[in-house]
Design a protein around this ligand. Structure first.
Ligand code: SF4
Length: 494
């Protein structure tokens, strides 16, 4: 299987719609999620609100596979909806972890979709468990839903419960919450993950992780939700609550611009394509090399390659064809080598690179093995020299905010110098975007500060202890081990 294990995985995408009338909100969410599919391919779900009754359908798989015409019909109409695409960064790839989460609580029902990772979820979960809460999933989104519903007991409104919950939860979260009568969007005070809203011509309000999802449903971007802001959509209109705005220094994830987001999205006022082109230009200035052609590794290396070519004056060429139909997981029918599988996914155009000194731009190197294979493909296609340029600084540390890199052992830059990495991947030279330049690529962004922790280990939050993707599953295993020999069997513990 090609699992892209050496690529960083997207986190999640959230989507919400609020309409004054009962309409086919399910299809709006479907198209919205379809355009956010790049943020998560493990599972997806839609929860529809029809006059206070919340119906939800979710499963493992891609939007197109999960939401068949029959499922869409069964969801029916409504005036509000919440959707989610998932790549799990906390909790295993299990059906129970797919979102939205729908909960019944003392004051009604609530559906919740979340992008990001909390840094204090283990602690909060333990506190809640000690009070008697029973968790059905291993994701930190359920922790958020418990904190909100607990606050709701003594709160006059759901938005106030979200507001109070935000004093308790810490880390990265962009949330869309749906109550029987309101749709609420909230972004954590540091603004790690993007969140924006817009409006369609017929008056529906749309909330989405990225503006490309607004475009897909014909909505005009109104603005980004500010770090720490809560925006409430209800029959009374749109209301902003800013109690948490400015409480923390903003630390928007710079890697959204480099890799995660779609190039046609605008995040905090800065277009992602232009940010990547700028990264290429900065790279050309700091790491020039004599060459005949600049090519990009699809998809996110392409825009930076355009920038590098423009700044250096070296012609840009289309060096690779990517198989559009391969998807995230390709099942190999035989025992062919991994090299073959990379080639099935990515094929160089020999006529473009043959006999040339090639500059190849990619967005990142994680372990180095995929980069080595790609360099070899270009050499086998006849390139005379291959100079690799990376539109991000080297990865030296894990991310605790929703990106699936949680171990230093997997990062080639933790164990090797840049010349050593060049040798390992077989490149004639290697250059990374300088750490000082990385925030320059988001020029024009309304965000005042950026997280670069995976490049410089300067974490904007306390580092959570024992944080890993499957931390809640691990906790169960440990307790089994601890209690063994004390008269309790594993079965009893389950
Ligand atoms: Fe983004 Fe890296 Fe910060 Fe994670 S550590 S939020 S990937 S910049």
């Amino acid at each position: 299987m090609i699992t892209d294990s050496e690529k960083l995985h997207e986190e999640c995408g959230v989507f919400g719609v609020f309409s004054q009338k009962t309409v086919n909100v399910a299809s709006t969410v479907y198209y919205g999620l379809f355009s956010l599919q790049h943020r998560g391919q493990e599972g997806c779900g839609i929860a529809i609100n029809d006059e206070g009754v919340i119906k939800c359908y979710k499963d493992l798989g891609l939007v197109n596979d999960v939401f068949t015409p029959m499922v869409m019909k069964s969801l029916g109409e409504g005036n509000m909806a919440v959707g989610h695409v998932r790549y799990g960064t906390t909790g295993s790839n299990d059906r129970s972890n797919v979102q939205p989460i729908v909960v019944n609580h003392i004051k009604g029902r609530m559906a919740l979709a979340h992008n990001g990772n909390l840094v204090n979820s283990a602690q909060l979960r333990e506190e809640l468990e000690l009070e008697g809460s029973i968790f059905h999933t291993t994701s930190d989104t359920e922790v958020i839903s418990y904190v909100i519903t607990k606050e709701r007991i003594n709160c006059p409104s759901i938005e106030e419960a979200v507001n109070r919950a935000m004093y308790k939860i810490d880390g990265a979260y962009s949330l869309v919450v749906m109550s029987p009568s309101k749709l609420i969007a909230a972004r954590d005070p540091r603004g790690f993950r993007p969140l924006c809203y817009g409006k369609t011509e017929d008056g529906r309000y749309i909330v989405a992780s990225e503006s490309c999802a607004l475009d897909a449903v014909g909505a005009k971007l109104i603005r980004d939700i500010r770090p720490g802001e809560i925006v409430v959509f209800s029959e009374d209109g749109v209301r902003s609550i800013d109690d948490h705005v400015g409480l923390k220094d903003s630390s928007m994830c710079i890697f959204e611009y480099i890799y995660f987001a779609r190039p046609d999205s605008k995040i905090d006022g800065c277009n992602v394509h232009q940010a990547r082109v700028r990264a290429g230009e900065l790279l050309a200035r700091s790491h020039p090399v004599d060459a005949d052609i600049v090519i990009g590794v699809p998809d996110s290396g392409l825009d930076a390659a355009v920038g590098y070519a423009r700044e250096s004056g070296i012609p840009y060429g289309i060096g690779f064809i990517k198989n559009k139909y391969i998807g995230r997981t390709f099942i190999s029918p035989g025992q062919s080598s991994r090299e073959d599988k990379v080639k099935i996914k990515l094929n160089p155009i020999a006529e473009v690179v043959k006999g040339k000194r090639v500059i190849m731009i990619d967005d990142s190197i994680v372990r180095g093995t995929t980069s080595a294979r790609i360099v070899r493909l270009v050499r086998d296609a006849g390139a005379k020299e291959v100079h690799v340029r990376i539109s991000a600084p080297p990865f030296v540390a894990p991310c605790y905010y929703g990106v699936d890199i949680d171990s230093k052992e997997n990062l080639i830059a933790c164990r090797n110098t840049i010349p050593e990495i060049a040798e390992i991947i077989g490149a004639d030279s290697l250059g990374y975007l300088d750490i000082e330049d990385v925030t320059k690529l988001a020029d024009g962004s309304s965000c005042k500060g950026f997280c670069r922790a995976c490049f410089n280990e300067e974490y904007p939050t306390p580092i959570p202890q024992g944080n890993s993707k499957n931390k809640f599953e691990q906790k169960i295993d440990k307790s089994k081990k601890k209690n063994k020999g004390k008269g309790e069997t594993n079965e009893e513990l389950q």
